[in-house]
Design a protein around this ligand. Structure first.
Ligand code: AMP
Length: 258
């Protein structure tokens, strides 16, 4: 049985009944796809109870139109989570999560300043703050995050360690379409033509000898490059194709140099 919980108070009342059950948690912004599904299935395998949150967090969008365009699919998402056997879908409202506005926040000053953080000022303050709130409310034993957002995973792990949060932060492999494009809720915003071209992004990122060459080849292929950089034994890239921004990363060991 799947319960949809819409307030913090309802979750607190409900979670009292869970006693010693291990709780696995998958925070999402909805518009669920097979990437989210893989995190959920892993949580279901590894824990007694799985909670999936759906909350499109406005404080992590540095671009208002990106927030407004962000795909929302609540009814379909709930159906999928029911089918998978998720125990709780947590869908809090903005006022419930941000009663004080956004005056108290979690800020990291190193990892959050490069790549995604440099391209999207304030983004990681919003991410860390909302994840801190969600972890404090749900109090999971394990929480699952995708490697597609590797910098986000690193920051959340660092935050959990820094605040001694009693939760294990677990990275999960990136799930891709058959042509190699990493699944993302924003992919539905690509036109047919853009979607076909988007497959070149992971291909070029993965097969270029250097980050400079990768950036050049991406620009030649019609992408607008935000960055291609290497850090933490990985190569990261972010590009824009029309109005859609795509990000991806690969372990350096998997890069195929010509
Ligand atoms: P989002 O709804 O985009 O905030 O994503 C929720 C979680 O799913 C985050 O931990 C993401 O890293 C993860 N995720 C998103 N896309 C994928 C994917 N293609 N493969 C694996 N995990 C993903």
């Amino acid at each position: 049985m799947t319960s949809v919980i819409r307030t913090i108070a309802d979750w607190r009342a409900e979670s009292k009944r869970l006693l010693n059950a291990t709780v696995g948690f998958v925070p999402t912004m909805g518009a669920l796809h097979a990437g989210h599904q893989s995190l959920v299935e892993r949580s279901l395998r590894e824990n007694d109870v799985t909670v999936v949150s759906i909350f499109v967090n406005p404080t992590q969008f540095n671009d208002k139109s990106d927030f407004e365009r962000y795909p929302r699919n609540d009814a379909q998402d709930i159906e999928l989570l029911k089918k998978l056997g998720v125990h709780y879908v947590f869908m809090p409202g903005y006022q419930d999560l941000y009663p004080e506005g956004f005056t108290v926040r979690v800020v990291e000053n190193e990892i959050s300043r490069v790549m995604e953080g440099a391209s999207r000022p304030g983004h990681f303050d919003g991410v860390l703050t909302v994840v801190m709130k969600l972890l404090s409310i749900v109090r999971p034993y394990r929480a699952y995050f995708g490697e597609k957002d590797y910098q986000q995973f690193l920051l959340i792990k660092k935050m959990a360690d820094a605040f001694f949060l009693p939760v294990e932060i677990i990275p999960c492999t990136t799930i891709r379409d058959a042509d190699g494009l990493a699944l993302s809720s924003r992919n539905v915003l690509l036109s047919t033509e853009e979607r076909a071209k988007a497959a070149l992004f992971p291909q070029i990122l993965k097969t270029s000898a250097t980050v400079i060459l990768a950036a050049q080849k991406l620009e030649q292929a019609g992408f607008s490059v935000d960055y291609v950089e290497e850090a933490w034994d990985r190569r990261f890239g972010a590009v824009r194709l029309g109005k859609v921004r795509l990000i991806d990363n690969f372990p350096l060991a998997s890069i195929i140099k010509p």
